[in-house]
Design a protein around this ligand. Structure first.
Ligand SMILES: CC/C=C\C/C=C\C/C=C\C/C=C\C=C\C(=O)SCCNC(=O)CCNC(=O)[C@H](O)C(C)(C)COP(=O)(O)OP(=O)(O)OC[C@H]1O[C@@H](n2cnc3c(N)ncnc32)[C@H](O)[C@@H]1OP(=O)(O)O
Ligand SMILES: Cc1cc2nc3c(=O)[nH]c(=O)nc-3n(C[C@H](O)[C@H](O)[C@H](O)COP(=O)(O)OP(=O)(O)OC[C@H]3O[C@@H](n4cnc5c(N)ncnc54)[C@H](O)[C@@H]3O)c2cc1C
Length: 661
């Protein structure tokens, strides 16, 4: 029986067409749909007891699943696209994520043609398994502070990789702890006593015969992490080198080279390309944020439609909690954010591909913008997603706290995204540097392009005032864009003015860093809003689909406007009355979306297996499933628990003199 059938009947749009918009294309939808069902129907990919397993058992099970996934990919002759969808729907972090997601891209991006020819076929066949070993015990954010050394020995034509201190131990790389045979290891290059900065090296860590660490290599797992199941399926590792020798040709030499006679040569590409793998992964993390958020929102929306509390009239049913405006005001902006992040993720993938093509043609002009966009949007979307998952847990009341809701594990597995691939604050400071540089160049005649082109309208934006007179005026895209542009430009200019009061710019940057981060957030929010609005300019087929997306877009920007109204009012672009009208329009959009809410989450097309949540199951049959699941908990295997006779019974039977107290 479908307990959500009435909700589904209320939908005012074509859900099948929305599924295609969400997937990105009909082809992407068909692949995702087929592969998600394949995984869901395969008992080899079950995950329902994951949060109850002890670490060793959990990890072994992950190794089994990764091997089984590889076998299925081969047996079914899956394409690269299908294989990647399969790994996504298996939904279990594993060493393979780092192998495919960082080790292979690092070699592709930073290796010469010759190096790619040698190493990539081995990696593609998984005859070697790689990790990305950059972060150390003492330094993560400050990449230039890494201490591992790679000293060139001209006698033997080798690099000597060494960990000179405890803090130089590699610490965190996923897959390193127990599985990787190789790593791209980042180290400080030293030639003839002279330092040449951080470079990547392909280093073999374990024997391909017996998996033992090679001489001079000390390697292991760094221990349990936050949450049950969650990221504990990953073997994040520690690694030390004691004068380990590798051939010279294992330094990744696309960006710079070391010759046989020990000469250091820089290509005509910027040195920042050594950071290229991080830019690539940040882009994939943005594309991924909408998946994690939409998953949590699906659970919270379906459950909010099932759950009833208070408000019974004449013995009739109580109110569905989704009908409370407070619930809508917490839930619908997250639903809207999931769609917003999907579209900005699609755009960022385009930007990344564009910059990659330009780099191949030696055009480096858009690299700073690509760095700022990937860093800023990674920060914005992961912070909002992690907070959003936790909010969804609270939206599900007490039952959200049960592991069977799927939300505690989803939060635990997702929240490190705010830290890995760059701490979110550190990344926003990179965006702020980019903005300050842009503002300082405004008088130079250099036209700001791309996502900062609005800075070219600085004179207009500094003076313009909002023209909204009634709530519906907030539905005009041009009005909204101008509001977000004016806010962003004014916050950046205010920071630049305050910075100019310092004689030492670095001191000023440090002192004003909290304001700079806020200016960076305003800029990134403008990007997300503008890409959502751009999406709506496209031809979007399907009955009512565009109208629903317009409502969600409105909810996204009006919610931001309401939440940050202090910024908008302080920059005097808006009046308090206009801010209040924005809030009126926001409430009206909640009412418009309400009957479509369940259909809007159905459009994500998630299987019950992928959701892994009793509260979010498609049929909404929550209570019997929760009740049955409780009895399946291992603690209920026996009526009298282990330990009763040892620890509880003696208490009950004690004859204390204080018994009367
Ligand atoms: C696994 C993948 C699979 C799927 C993805 C999905 C989910 C992910 C799942 C799990 C995650 C698993 C793995 C996680 C891995 C990691 O975490 S790897 C380690 C990541 N580490 C970091 O991100 C470190 C963060 N720090 C930095 O990036 C940098 O050190 C810095 C903060 C940017 C500062 O660098 P530096 O001191 O050298 O730079 P500045 O002096 O501040 O700037 C110099 C100029 O360079 C420009 N710049 C900096 N970075 C870049 C870049 N990446 N690209 C281009 N340009 C860059 C900067 O703007 C300065 O420019 P200028 O002002 O014009 O001079
Ligand atoms: C689950 C997980 C997986 C990971 N996988 C990998 C991997 O595969 N390979 C790899 O190499 N690394 C990996 N990492 C490491 C990760 O990239 C780093 O932890 C991350 O870059 C943050 O660096 P940090 O730990 O040095 O934080 P820190 O920089 O020490 O941050 C601590 C605090 O200091 C603040 N801070 C730091 N610098 C500044 C500044 N300049 N201004 C203001 N505030 C500042 C930060 O905002 C933060 O609040 C992983 C980490 C995690 C949690």
């Amino acid at each position: 029986m479908d307990y959500l059938a009435d909700e589904r009947k209320k939908a005012e749009f074509d859900v099948d067409e929305m599924k295609i918009v969400w997937a990105g294309s009909r082809h992407a939808f068909e692949v995702s749909d087929r592969i998600s069902k394949l995984v869901a129907n395969d008992p080899g990919f079950r995950k329902d007891t994951r949060t109850m397993l002890a670490r060793k058992e959990l990890f072994k099970n992950t190794l089994r699943k990764a091997a089984y996934a590889w076998k299925r990919i081969h047996d079914l002759h899956l394409s690269e696209e299908e294989a990647s969808r399969l790994r996504f729907y298996v939904d279990e972090p594993a060493y393979t994520d780092l192998h495919w997601g960082m080790f292979v891209p690092a070699i592709k991006g930073q290796g010469t043609d010759e190096q790619q020819k040698k190493w990539l076929p081995l990696a593609y066949k998984m005859q070697i398994i790689g990790c990305y070993a950059q972060t150390e015990l003492g330094h993560g954010s400050n990449v230039q502070g890494l201490e591992t050394t790679a000293t060139f020995d001209p006698q033997t034509d080798e690099f000597v990789i060494h960990s000179p201190t405890l803090t130089s131990s590699k610490w965190w790389p996923g897959g390193l702890g127990k599985v990787s045979t190789h790593g791209v290891v980042y180290a400080r290059l030293i030639i003839n006593g002279e330092e040449h900065g951080i470079h990547g090296f392909i280093v073999q860590l374990r024997s391909l015969e017996d998996h033992l660490p090679l001489p001079g290599v000390t390697v292991g797992d760094i221990g349990m992490k936050f949450g049950n199941g969650a990221y504990n399926t990953m073997d994040n590792g520690v690694l030390r080198f004691d004068h380990v020798r590798i051939p010279r040709n294992q330094m990744l030499m696309r960006v710079s080279q070391v010759t046989r006679d020990g000469k250091y040569k820089q290509s005509d590409v910027p040195r920042q390309l050594v950071y290229g793998t991080m830019v690539y992964v940040r882009q994939t993390i943005v594309a991924d944020a909408s998946c994690a958020l939409s998953r949590a929102v699906t659970i919270a929306t379906r459950y909010s439609a099932v759950r009833r509390q208070f408000g019974s009239q004449n013995g009739g049913p109580e109110t569905q909690v989704i009908d409370y405006k407070t619930q809508q005001n917490r839930l619908f902006p997250l639903l809207a954010s999931a769609y917003a992040f999907k579209f900005v993720g699609e755009w960022l993938t385009w930007l990344y591909n564009d910059v990659t093509q330009r780099l191949q043609a030696s055009d480096f002009s858009t690299l700073p913008e690509a760095h700022a966009c990937t860093a800023g949007l990674k920060s914005l979307t992961t912070t909002a997603t992690a907070d959003g998952i936790e909010e969804c847990r609270k939206l599900c009341g007490g039952h959200g706290y049960l592991c069977s809701s799927g939300l505690p594990e989803l939060f635990a597995v997702y929240v490190p995204a705010c830290t890995y691939e760059g701490d979110n604050t550190v990344l926003l400071l990179q965006v702020a540097r980019f903005l300050m540089k842009t503002v300082s160049q405004l008088g130079s005649g250099k036209k700001p392009l791309g996502t900062i082109s609005y800075m070219g309208k600085i004179e207009h934006l500094m003076q313009s005032r909002c023209t909204v007179q009634k709530a519906e005026d907030w539905l005009k895209p041009s009005q909204v864009l101008e509001a977000f542009e004016a806010r962003a430009v004014k916050m950046a200019v205010s920071c630049a003015k305050n910075l100019s009061k310092f004689t030492n710019p670095e001191e000023g940057f440090a002192e004003l860093s909290a304001d700079l981060v806020e200016a960076a957030v305003a800029h990134c929010q403008l990007i997300v809003v503008s890409k959502f609005i751009d999406k709506l300019q496209q031809d979007i087929p399907g009955k009512g689909v565009k109208q629903q997306l317009e409502a969600l877009c409105g909810i996204y920007y009006l919610y931001l406007l309401h939440k940050h109204q202090g910024d908008f009012l302080a920059t005097s672009y808006l009046t308090p009355k206009q801010a209040a009208l924005a809030n009126d329009q926001l409430r009206a959009l909640y009412t418009k979306v309400r009957p479509n809410a369940v259909a809007l989450v159905d459009s994500f097309n998630y299987t019950d297996h992928f959701l892994g949540s009793i509260l979010g199951c498609y049929d909404g049959n929550v209570y019997p499933k929760l009740y049955d699941a409780a009895w399946k908990d291992p603690l209920n295997d026996s009526v009298v628990p282990e330990g009763y006779h040892e620890y509880v019974r003696p208490l009950l039977k004690q004859q204390l003199h204080t018994a009367k107290l």
